[in-house]
Design a protein around this ligand. Structure first.
Ligand code: AHR
Length: 499
């Protein structure tokens, strides 16, 4: 018997799903860069990990944020350019690199290595400049080093370092969590700093007309902070032309549980925490609309994902990759589709080995985590037009008075298909789902469906040896011409494509 009904309103467009919504984040933390992307923290031994490059290139990441995170507000970019032997070792103030190693940064992986990495995997870079302990001139110089094509000392240094053409970096974050690790600032203080930095970095936009910079301010999950920041930053004499293109927040969930030890009630609460993303986007968009009435400022979620008890600073924030976390990512990506009119980019944390990474490595191998499979399954949404979707679903009452909707979905329309993704967030029961597309007759031959994680326990963890067991399988569906029916086992993610 059908217990969830999904209706796709194919004519009710929301907006184009920015491909950048499937973006990623990598920080100098634990084994993300050194050991994950780059072989070691010494260039003599290393270089890019080809296995990681190949997995990430296959996924076609649209954008990658770097170098942090909290590390960004302690990072001086000039430490990481030029001959490797001349680069200074520094303390990594925020992150221990692992219990037996000293928390130091070799600077072997710097700006040119990161930007080359982006080119190798075919992604757009997003650089986060140091506001907490840096100054506006340093940030402006970084833009000049990366993007300027003229005859200056900084442009020449880039050329001496092997890169003739400017990189054309478009996305520039000014600070990270400046309410916390990035300087413990009040919103008013950060607004003043942001204006100062944006003045000098923003000037680069005028100087380099072929590089259209997008400037990004870092907000907070406490929305009163965002409101105060926006009000203060808006006092600028620039008025509507003020260089602020996006405001971000970070949303992590699952901090109190280890999935391996959790029970089904805790799974439910974890998934409900992930779904809080919707409320954060709405509140952020509301604060922006109240202040910026005549212009677009996008919402970016530039750190998000599961963060569990296993991930501590001592182990470089490593935690196992499992089905439950991947399921939460699918539910969150559905939310991003529904808010494609305001969400301009998101960056799951973090790309390799850290937190809800997509790729995990050891000394010899790199492999895809279940969350990687979700991004792969959701990839056809990128660049499509998101359309309104109604989901009638049973829900479960949680002990904390929230309700967990057990089935979720989102849909988008591309050139020659409608693409619908569906989650069964119920870790206990199957759900029979009926899907219809408003005003569309359905022919079985036009429908293709796939499913992730059927018959997998939510706590099942990925290893180098079992990684291929998490790939998508065909999903059997039937249609009577008006609707499509499918049975979704517990904690699964499905994609249905209709030509
Ligand atoms: O992703 C790990 C850390 O989480 C980042 O450095 C910081 O921005 C956030 O608090």
């Amino acid at each position: 018997m059908t217990d969830a009904r999904i209706t796709v309103h194919t004519e009710a467009s929301i907006d184009r799903i920015a491909p950048e919504v499937h973006g990623h984040f990598s920080e100098h933390l634990g084994r993300c860069i050194y050991g994950g992307i780059w072989h070691a923290d010494s260039a003599d031994e290393g270089g890019f990990r080809e296995d990681t490059v190949s997995l990430l290139a296959d996924l076609d990441l649209p954008v990658l944020r770097w170098p942090g995170g909290c590390f960004a507000d302690d990072y001086h970019w000039e430490d990481g350019i030029g001959p490797q032997a001349d680069r200074p070792r520094r303390r990594n103030l925020f992150w221990a690199q692992g219990p037996e190693e000293i928390p130091e940064e070799s600077n072997a992986f710097g700006t040119d290595e990161f930007l080359e990495f982006c080119e190798r995997i075919g992604t757009e870079p997003y650089l986060a400049a140091n506001v907490g302990s840096g100054d506006p001139q340093e940030a402006a110089n970084w833009v000049e080093y990366c993007n300027y094509d003229g005859d200056t000392e900084l442009a020449d240094r880039r050329r001496e370092n092997g890169r003739e053409e400017p990189y054309g970096v478009k996305y520039w974050g000014l600070g990270n969590e400046n309410w916390g690790c990035g300087g413990q600032m009040t919103p008013e203080q950060y607004a003043d700093e942001y204006r100062r930095f944006a003045t000098y970095v923003g000037t680069m936009d005028n100087l380099m007309l072929d590089h259209d910079l997008e400037l990004i301010a870092c907000g907070f999950e406490q929305h009163e902070w965002n409101r105060r920041f926006l009000e203060k930053v808006n006092e600028s004499p620039w008025g509507v032309d003020f260089p602020l293109d996006h405001l971000t927040l970070h949303h992590y969930y699952g901090r109190t549980i280890s999935v391996a030890e959790a029970d089904e009630d805790q799974y439910d609460r974890f998934l409900a925490d992930a779904l809080e993303m919707e409320r954060h986007i709405e509140r952020m968009a509301g604060a922006i609309n109240a202040v910026a009435t005549t212009r677009d400022i996008g919402v970016i979620i530039d750190e998000w994902g599961a963060w569990h008890t296993e991930a501590t600073a001592d182990n470089g924030l490593e935690q196992p990759g499992n089905v439950l976390d991947a399921l939460s990512a699918a539910a969150v990506l559905d939310i991003f589709n529904d808010y494609s009119d305001v969400v301009t980019m998101t960056n799951i944390a973090q790309t390799v080995n850290v937190l809800q990474c997509l790729v995990e490595t050891d000394e010899t191998d790199a492999w895809a985590r279940p969350t990687y499979r979700v991004f792969d399954l959701y990839a056809p949404h990128k660049g499509n037009e998101a359309v309104r979707t109604t989901v009638e679903t049973p829900s479960r009452e949680l002990a904390d008075d929230r309700k967990l909707p057990l089935v979720g979905a989102s849909a988008s329309v591309g050139d020659d298909e409608t693409y619908v993704t569906v989650t069964n967030l119920d870790c206990r029961e199957d759900h029979a789902v009926e899907l219809s597309l408003e005003g569309t007759r359905l022919d079985e031959g036009d429908v293709r469906a796939e499913i992730l994680f059927a018959d997998q326990d939510p706590a099942r963890e990925v290893t180098a040896d079992n990684a291929d067991e998490f790939t998508a399988a065909d999903l059997a569906v039937s249609t009577d011409g008006d609707s499509i029916e499918a049975e979704l086992p517990p904690s699964t993610v499905a994609a249905i494509s209709i030509r």
